[in-house]
Design a protein around this ligand. Structure first.
Ligand code: SF4
Ligand code: SF4
Length: 231
């Protein structure tokens, strides 16, 4: 059955769905107990997780600012609508992929780019797209707790899909794309990021980040700092 959903199938659907990134991780063969547990809770018998990504434009990232004056309208506020647009395209893409697989007789569970359930007490999502993306070979985690890809650095939005179809997994990334420069940690206006302990990719206080952003600021200054380093 794997031959049907081989790397050519993956490349074809990537073109068809108009996404810049598409990676696949095998749920069965993954050594992530977390992925197995969370995938099984959503789609019992899931064999593959597919992660789709679209590029966030550099032009929009450049306008982000850590704060603003009273009464100031800032260009960085365009970042939200830009991400909404990308999220909409990604969500359509995962539903289209679900349609392709379901027509072939497989079960598919689309994971939309925005609106995935989250335990607000701990700020833990039901299934972390960025960690699934890392397992699907799309990049590695940076110290800002976001995915860093070789193509676009941290400038990506993600969505995903679980299916019981066995799709050929993408090769894991051999390189760590975070250069451990700590620019994101220094730039965070909320002090939400710390240098991680050895063996950990990041150390973040998600509550500090959320509280800062709840003031209505777009923030993402950690993202901007990383883009300035990685280009
Ligand atoms: S989004 Fe802002 S507050 Fe949150 S970690 Fe990044 S820089 Fe810090
Ligand atoms: S700014 Fe530096 S330390 Fe932070 S994620 Fe990017 S490369 Fe890693």
């Amino acid at each position: 059955m794997m031959a049907k959903f081989d790397r050519h199938f993956v490349e074809e659907v990537k073109q068809k769905l108009d996404v810049e990134l598409l990676g696949v991780a095998s749920v069965e063969k993954s050594n992530s107990a977390e992925l197995k547990k969370r995938a099984a809770a959503l789609l019992p018998g899931a064999k593959s997780v597919v992660v789709l990504g679209k590029e966030v434009f550099k032009e929009l990232v450049a306008l982000l600012k850590p704060g603003k004056e009273v009464g100031e309208a800032e260009g960085g506020e365009f970042f939200g609508p830009h991400c909404d647009y990308l999220n909409g395209r990604l969500t359509k893409a995962v539903y289209d992929l679900a349609g392709i697989l379901r027509k072939e007789g497989y079960r598919a569970f689309p994971l939309p780019a925005a609106g995935a359930p989250m335990d607000q007490r701990y700020l833990i999502t039901l299934l972390s797209y960025k960690h699934a993306a890392e397992l699907a070979g799309l990049g590695t985690m940076g110290r800002h707790s976001m995915l860093i890809t070789p193509e676009y650095g941290p400038r990506v939005r993600l969505a995903g899909l679980l299916t019981d179809a066995e799709i050929e997994p993408s090769p894991a990334s051999k390189k760590d794309f975070c250069v451990n420069c700590d620019a994101c940690i220094r730039a965070c206006p909320a002090g939400a990021l710390q240098t991680p302990k050895e063996g950990k990719a990041y150390a973040m206080n998600p509550f500090a980040c959320r509280t800062y952003r709840a003031t209505g600021l777009t923030c993402n200054i950690c993202l901007k700092a990383c883009v300035e380093v990685l280009g």
